[in-house]
Design a protein around this ligand. Structure first.
Ligand code: MN
Length: 283
């Protein structure tokens, strides 16, 4: 089933270009109570008449993989990757609706797009094996892990308000199939910056969920995002970012602004991992 959250946050089933109401319940409520077994009634609403929302607006945590593709490890010139770093957390308050506006907080720092495959937990996971991990997944969706470059802790650099656009479609695990063969493309202003396949993840979605469940209890509705491939690059006010994942069905599109940007409060500039030069810049 292809689920969207829309308007007041209610869940709908996406069929073609129409959205069918599922009884006024939210996606977290469907995760807790189970999906409806009867097909939705009514004529549905055209997709372009609804306001799309983030599928799970209040997860207890967003677990994120640092450096989980070798080509991204190479472009960042770092020795470390997920197998040495473990995961980091993004603040759930950084979630942003599809179609929303990323607000860059500082005028003197670099911010990059990171397109990623994310998953939503469906059943409580605590110390689950890699073989059992995907059985705890409710569904899959797209996520942009917007990131400030520099020497601050990842949880700071990636937790600013609006820094986690997510959605728009949450495809249930039974329909989505294998998360280890997902084509990922991410554009900024129409220029293709990232093109990869999740088969090249260093830690698969299954391994990441298993690992995270040995650290923390993964609750229904929690988000796990799998990391970004090569092609990260800077964002500026006026940019448009688009993420497309095979099997999801709708792109995640957001815009970028820098209203009320101020000088950075921390001194991490020109420290930390060195990001690649902007697209088109001389190396
Ligand atoms: Mn990331």
């Amino acid at each position: 089933m292809k689920l969207v959250a829309y308007d007041d946050g209610r869940a709908g089933e996406l069929r073609g270009d129409r959205v069918y109401d599922l009884g006024g319940r939210t996606i977290p409520e469907l995760i807790a109570d189970g999906l409806p077994t009867a097909p939705p009634g009514g004529p549905g609403v055209p997709l372009d008449r609804v306001r799309l929302r983030v599928p799970v607006p209040n997860p207890s945590k967003i677990v994120a993989a640092p450096v989980n593709y070798r080509d991204h490890q190479a472009e960042m010139s770092v020795d470390s990757q997920v197998g040495g770093l473990g995961f980091f957390l993004k603040a759930p308050s950084s979630l942003l609706d599809p179609g929303g506006t990323i607000q860059l907080p500082y005028h003197d720092r670099r911010f990059d797009q990171e397109g990623e495959l994310a998953l939503v937990i469906g059943r409580t996971a605590r110390r689950v094996s890699e073989a059992d991990a995907l059985g705890h997944v409710f569904g899959y969706t797209g996520l942009l892990d917007i990131t400030m470059r520099g020497g601050e802790d990842r949880s700071t650099r990636k937790s600013f308000e609006t820094f986690t656009p997510m959605g728009p479609v949450l495809v249930t695990a039974d329909e989505f199939g294998d998360p280890a063969d997902v084509d990922l493309r991410c554009w900024v202003n129409g220029d293709l910056r990232q093109h990869a396949n999740t088969r090249d993840l260093i830690w698969s979605a299954a391994r990441l969920v298993s690992y995270a469940s040995w650290v923390t209890t993964l609750n229904p509705g929690d988000v796990v995002t799998t990391g970004t491939p090569a092609g990260v690059g800077p964002l500026a006010a006026g940019d448009a970012v688009r993420l497309r994942l095979s099997g999801i069905g709708l792109d995640l599109a957001v815009t970028v602004r820098a209203d009320d940007a101020v000088a950075s409060h921390t001194a991490g500039r020109d420290r930390g991992p060195v990001p690649p030069p902007p697209p088109g810049a001389a190396r």
